[in-house]
Structures are given as structure tokens and as C-alpha cells.
Design a protein around this ligand. Structure first.
Ligand code: EPZ
Length: 418
């Protein structure tokens, strides 16, 4: 079992390059199944979740080739099945995107119920509602979601809840559904826009992605091509938090600063300086920082995926800060790990109260999920002494070259085989 060993106390300094967006890549890769031709995807992060979804495509019969570390060629001309087995599908939540893609391609899909990080109940009712509106029959049989899309056609869907996954899944399914599909109360995350841009670049007709109403005019065929995935907003945010928490000075390159506005505005409120360039942000945290209150929200609100890094930062800021998680039911499992390091945090339901400014001390902690793992790294970088983080397989799912990138900023972080 691998672990990270971090010796904290060094302010991070220097430049870090951000990789392609995980949550865009793991939706765009399944969407290539709609294309009976060659797709070349650039700026694909070299992370475990991407490898898992690529394996799923290979099992369906797609020819997948890594041209280099961050470029993948996919040819899905000769698929031989519409069934995604449990052992693969249960490895990640995003396997549900194969439902939309296989319906568009085969008019049939069978995908075992998705796995993924445990944040409490993770229903798929909005996906089901969307497929039904597209005239599909959908049901759950022996642990798999089965869709009969033989009558696939456009529909009008008002999502009861803003869902990134349901918005993307139904957008993919509708790309080749005859007629005009309208999605209302759609998610507006940058990766929703990126999936729409990818599909449009292959010949789809999708308008309004990035707003809460998306219109998809179904087309008969998509063509191949080359597409570059957007930079990872959450990875960029993670390095912004690490810079602020260690009171460092870090330039985060290859980002879209607009995607980071919710973080930047909180940093300004706290007294962290953020200098925006065309495709970079520089984070300087030399002044004393002020406590704040934060509520996670769908985009353009403060992202839930940066809630653990935010809590880690707030443990270093004197005073009482309050964080409210409004997206997931249960995303504070990691707080007890921060407690082992001396953090003073109490959680009541969706609210965490952080009494910041008490010194963090190195400890043996567990990465309870991907972003919790990012929070533990940040806490470890701030703590005195050694922090040992286990279960780093979660961190490897979503962060490319994590110890190399932190190491280049002056962090003392090592991967060891325990
Ligand atoms: C995506 O998950 C991301 N994952 C998550 O990031 C992220 O936390 C989440 O969006 C919110 O931003 C991927 O993109 C692969 P949702 P997703 O559907 O699509 C409820 C990470 O660390 N809901 O927007 O599964 C749901 O329970 C991961 O990179 C329903 O009620 O999230 C939640 O409370 C973790 N019914 C809320 O909506 C549904 O049918 C938002 O979920 C679907 C969702």
C-alpha cells in the first residue's frame, strides 16, 4: 500500500502547470462512442479515473491508443456490445455516461449501477427522468441500469435538481435523437460546456451550454476530429488553496481564470492576493488572513469539490469560520482525520464550524476520498512534523503527477510503499 509522507512547514513557491479537467475528460471519452470515426483527444489527464473509463471503452470494442502522456486516440467504429459489466462500472460514478452514449449509438444500454466516492445517497432519479423524457424505457435489473432506446427522440426536461451528471448524460443521449431536446434547470459547470463543445466540434448541434437552458437539435451522424479538453478547475483550485494555506506565492498556469472566480472572490475576502493573467493566476498569501463563511453551490457558486481544501485552509486562520455543504448529504468524513492533526472542527449535518488558528501537528491520516485526500495534503503541508497519508489511491484517481507538482513548489512530499 502506498502512502504520502509530508514534512510540513514550507511556504509553497514557484509555478505549477494545470492538467486537463478530469470531470470533462471522463464525460468526453464515453461521448466518443457516438462517433463512428477516429477522435483524437488532447490535454487528457494521466490519472486513474481516465484509465478506468478508457478500459471500459476497450471492453465495448473501441480501439484506444495513447499517442503520448496526454493525448488519446479513440476509434469506436466497431463496437461489439452495449453491456458494461459490474466489475468495471462499479469502479467509478461516471460510468453512467456510458448509458447516454450507448443509447445514442446502439439504442440500447446495460450498465451496472455506478460506484464512486461515498458522499451519502447518490441517486440517479434525474438521469432516469431524462431518459424517460427521451422516450426510452429504463429499469434496474440485477444491479444494472438497462435502457431500451429504440424509440429515442427529443424531449423537454425540467430537472428537479441541478445535476452535472444528469445534464451531461442526457445531452449526450440527445445529440443524435431526432427533434429538439430542451434541458431546463441544467448544470452550468465548465465541464458541461466542454462536453457540448466537444460534441459540436464533431457535428452536433447544442446551444446554451453554460446557461440553465440547453437546446439540442439531434443530428444523424457525428464525424471524427481532434479536441482539446479544458484545464481542470478543481486541480487549479487545489493548488490555489495549498499556496494560501502555506502562506506561499504560487503562479498557477494553464487555467481559465473565470472558472476560478468563486475561489478568487473568497480569497480576496480573506486577504489573500490573487493576480489574474490571461491563462494564469498568482496567489500570494503574505498578510494575516481573515476568517470567512462559505457555502458550496452548483457553478458559478463555490464548488463542493474544493470544500475539503477550503476547510484545511480555514484551520490555519484564527477565529471561527463556518462552511455549509449544500450539494452532498455527507461530505465531512475527513474532518475526523483533520482532528487527529489538532484541527478544532465540529460538524452538525451539513455545517462545519472551524475554530482556526490552532497549530496543526503531523499525524497518521487517511484520504477518505479524492478531494478529502487533497485536503489532507494541504493540512500536511501546513503541519509541523511528518504527516503520513494512506489510501492515496483516491488521490491518484484525480490528480496528475501530484507529488512531482507539489515537490516542484518546494513541498517535502514523498510516495512510499508501506
Ligand atoms: C459531479 O458528480 C462530479 N463528478 C463531482 O465531483 C461533483 O462533486 C459533483 O458533480 C457536483 O459538482 C463528476 O463529474 C464525475 P451531481 P455528479 O449529479 O454528476 C443529487 C470529484 O471529486 N442528484 O451534480 O454525480 C446528488 O445526490 C467528484 O471530482 C440527485 O438527487 O453530481 C447531489 O446531491 C466527486 N439525483 C446533487 O444532485 C440525480 O439523479 C449533485 O449531484 C443526480 C444527482
Amino acid at each position: 500500500m502506498e502512502k504520502f509522507v509530508i514534512t510540513g512547514g514550507t511556504p509553497l513557491k514557484g509555478v505549477v502547470n494545470i492538467s486537463g479537467a478530469k470531470n470533462a475528460a471522463i464525460a468526453i471519452i464515453p461521448a466518443t462512442l457516438l462517433v463512428e470515426d477516429e477522435c483524437i483527444l488532447e490535454n487528457i489527464p494521466d490519472i486513474k479515473d481516465v484509465n478506468i473509463i478508457l478500459d471500459m471503452l476497450s471492453c465495448l470494442g473501441a480501439v484506444v491508443e495513447r499517442i503520448d502522456k496526454n493525448t488519446v486516440k479513440i476509434n469506436a467504429t466497431n463496437l461489439h456490445t452495449y453491456i458494461v459489466e459490474k466489475d468495471l462500472a462499479s469502479k467509478m460514478r461516471a460510468s453512467y455516461y456510458l448509458l447516454g452514449a450507448l443509447c445514442g449509438r446502439f439504442k440500447k444500454a446495460s450498465v451496472a449501477l455506478p460506484g464512486g466516492c461515498n458522499f451519502g445517497i447518490r441517486p440517479i432519479d434525474q438521469h432516469i427522468k431524462g431518459f424517460e423524457a427521451l422516450n426510452c424505457k429504463i429499469g434496474i435489473k440485477s444491479g444494472s441500469v438497462e435502457v431500451d432506446a429504440s424509440l429515442l427522440s427529443a424531449g423537454h426536461i425540467y430537472f428537479d435538481k441541478v445535476s452535472v451528471g444528469a445534464t451531461i448524460n442526457i445531452m449526450i443521449a440527445a445529440a443524435k435523437a431526432p427533434g429538439v431536446t430542451v434541458l431546463e434547470n441544467a448544470a452550468r459547470e465548465p465541464h458541461v460546456v466542454d462536453v457540448a463543445n466537444f460534441l459540436n466540434s464533431m457535428g452536433a448541434n447544442i446551444k446554451g451550454a453554460g446557461t440553465d437552458t440547453i437546446k439540442i437539435t439531434g443530428v444523424e451522424k457525428l464525424h471524427g476530429g481532434t479536441y482539446g479538453v479544458i484545464p481542470d478547475q478543481i486541480e487549479a483550485g487545489t493548488y490555489m488553496f495549498a499556496a494560501a494555506a502555506t502562506r506561499g506565492d504560487v503562479t498557477i498556469k494553464n487555467v481559465i481564470p473565470k472558472h476560478l472566480d468563486a475561489i478568487t472572490s473568497k480569497f480576496v475576502e480573506m486577504g489573500v492576493e490573487v493576480i489574474e493573467g490571461d491563462d494564469e493566476v498568482r496567489v500570494i498569501a503574505t498578510k494575516e488572513l481573515k476568517k470567512i463563511n462559505v457555502k458550496t453551490l452548483p457553478y458559478p457558486g463555490f464548488p463542493t469539490d474544493l470544500q475539503p481544501p477550503m476547510v484545511a485552509l480555514l484551520t490555519t486562520v484564527s477565529g471561527t469560520s463556518i462552511v455549509t455543504e449544500s450539494v452532498w448529504d455527507s461530505r465531512y468524513q475527513y474532518v475526523s482525520e483533520l482532528g487527529k492533526m489538532g484541527a478544532q472542527i465540529t460538524v452538525d449535518g451539513r455545517v462545519a464550524v472551524i475554530e482556526g488558528g490552532t497549530p496543526l501537528l503531523g499525524a497518521e491520516v487517511v484520504a477518505t476520498d479524492l478531494r478529502a485526500g487533497a485536503g489532507m495534503i494541504i493540512a500536511g503541508l501546513c503541519a509541523s512534523g511528518e504527516t503520513h497519508i494512506s489510501e492515496i489511491k483516491y488521490i491518484d484517481r484525480g490528480y496528475e503527477d501530484v507529488e512531482e507538482k507539489f515537490g516542484a513548489l518546494g513541498a517535502d512530499i514523498k510516495r512510499i510503499d508501506d
